[in-house]
Design a binder for this molecule. Structure first.
Ligand SMILES: Cc1cc2nc3c(=O)[nH]c(=O)nc-3n(C[C@H](O)[C@H](O)[C@H](O)COP(=O)(O)OP(=O)(O)OC[C@H]3O[C@@H](n4cnc5c(N)ncnc54)[C@H](O)[C@@H]3O)c2cc1C
Length: 458
């Protein structure tokens, strides 16, 4: 039986980064990955905002960046309206990114155990004390640690197997995910403005989501779509089919030569009620930290890994790795990003109820300006002066049906913000706090005319 201070499950962005920080702090850390280390590669749109990279405690080498972005172009369904939202970012080479992060972790002293598949947690006396691991030789062994961090991506191999009555194990429902498919391709034309990523709203191609074209050079691109899991579940729609039908042979993919294909599930929801349990934390997709509106999760995986690692270091110093001892992670996460994530989830649900016609009219009337879209995406809220409110009020009058939904969303975003700002400092108060969150969502969903499974189960 192996014994460590901390076991991190999954050597993706979140897991490699957390294990690096913990090893640098002097802990005996194991990073357990089911794939072979040179094959760790996450299928994504490869785009990341520059602020996520700037925050990192290690600086990536330049060869992990394939292209620099200056901003995003957002298109209405009828393509008549284009918003240009400025904001710097990078297109990553995900294979090099993963190899670099794992290498840094190993150089910092992490025991990297690849080709090891985690089967689930070991729980003793109400605490996670280790994991069961299928080793490359086919045997199953117990690995023990004082703390286990689940960084295994959307499958959350440890978190999802914890007792249902633990807050951290809240299941991920189809209504809270986006199902995505994308190709990296070469085209036979020169891509205009490769320094801008493109996002297209179109409910035929990507119902409840969007399709994207992220240039990787002047003649290569990452192009794909994500659609709302609720609709996939109800109508059997599938992102791969929609890609083949609408994008594979389109004007955008002229001369298409496929470099790589793949898809995946993106968790796009409010934060879990808690990210910790006794001897346990979750980070990245395993902790559903993705931005619910645009689906960006690489940056939040880094951020949650950093905050979780700091909470672990702090808990070891106080010799208390219980749920209470690790609770600081919940508080720090909500302060740094989780509250905004919850507000964006409210906005996401409103967007998912809009028809193409409503989107066209709303964007044409510039219900929100580019600056306001940027503000919502950066802060999850809008700080409006009296004059701003007056101007928005005038714009809203032009499209009353869309305006009433937008007003409702902005109201509940504020309500959710106030609630998350009173997140309990102690686990014993979580139940009554969460009841208030559920009630707010109930009222909001009713206002939108949406039926959500988590509310009927809550
Ligand atoms: C199609 C698509 C496009 C996307 N586009 C973008 C984008 O452009 N920008 C962006 O920021 N985000 C994007 N995302 C989201 C982003 O990719 C994720 O949020 C992010 O990569 C999550 O990182 P992670 O470290 O939490 O998990 P992952 O990168 O998924 O890493 C999890 C690791 O755990 C390992 N693992 C899983 N199960 C086990 C097990 N049982 N035992 C051992 N190891 C295990 C896996 O092999 C993997 O290496 C996209 C996602 C998809 C699916």
């Amino acid at each position: 039986m192996e014994n460590f201070d901390v076991i991190v499950v999954g050597a993706g962005t979140g897991g490699s980064y957390a294990s690096y920080i913990l090893a640098k702090a002097g802990f005996n850390v194991a990073l357990i990955e089911m794939k072979s280390r040179n094959k760790v590669f996450k299928t994504t749109g490869d785009a990341i905002g520059v602020h996520h990279i700037d925050r990192m405690v290690i600086k990536p080498p330049s060869d992990v960046f394939m292209i620099r972005y200056e901003g995003a172009e957002l298109y209405s369904p009828d393509l008549s309206i284009k918003y240009v939202v400025l904001g710097k970012g990078f297109g990553l080479d995900m294979a090099k990114w993963a190899r670099w992060l794992i290498g840094e972790a190993e150089r910092a002293g992490v025991h990297v155990l690849d080709n090891h598949k985690v089967q689930g947690p070991i729980i003793e006396n109400g605490s996670v004390t280790g994991i069961k691991v299928l080793k490359p030789n086919g045997s199953v062994e117990d690995f023990k640690a004082k703390v286990v961090i689940d960084a295994s991506g959307v499958g959350a191999v440890v978190r999802s197997r914890l007792p249902r009555e633990w807050w951290v194990s809240e299941p991920l429902l189809p209504e809270d995910v986006s199902n995505a498919y994308r190709e990296v391709i070469q085209v036979d034309y020169e891509i205009e403005r490769p320094e801008y990523i493109r996002i297209y709203l179109d409910s035929k191609i990507a119902p409840g989501g969007y399709w994207w074209l992220f240039p990787k050079s002047s003649n290569t691109m990452n192009i794909g779509l994500g659609l709302w899991g609720k609709l996939s579940e109800e109508n059997g729609i599938n992102p791969r089919h929609n890609y083949d039908r609408y994008l594979a042979n389109s004007q955008y993919t002229r001369g298409r030569k496929i470099i790589h294909v793949g898809g995946g599930i993106v968790p796009t929801r409010r934060p879990l009620p808690s990210l910790v349990a006794n001897g346990f934390l979750a980070v990245g997709d395993a902790a559903v930290t993705v931005n619910p509106v645009h689906g960006g999760g690489i940056g939040p995986a880094l951020l949650s890994a950093e905050l979780a690692s700091k909470a672990v270091i702090d808990a070891f110093e106080r010799n208390d790795v219980s749920e209470r001892g690790l609770w600081k992670y919940n508080l720090e996460y909500l302060k740094a990003y989780g509250t905004k994530q919850a507000m964006l989830d409210v906005f996401r649900l409103m967007l998912q109820t809009l028809t193409d016609d409503q989107l066209n009219r709303g964007l044409r009337a510039r219900l929100l300006t580019e600056d306001e879209v940027l503000e919502i995406s950066e802060r999850g809220s809008l700080e409006l002066s009296f004059i701003d409110k007056l101007k928005i009020g005038l714009r809203l009058m032009k499209v009353p049906d869309v305006a009433s939904k937008l007003r409702l969303a902005l109201r509940y975003m504020n309500e959710i913000k106030s609630l998350y700002e009173t997140y309990p400092t102690d686990p014993s108060a979580l139940s009554s706090w969460y009841g208030k969150v559920v009630n707010a969502y109930r009222e909001y969903a009713r206002g939108l005319g949406l039926s959500l499974k988590w509310l009927s189960n809550a």
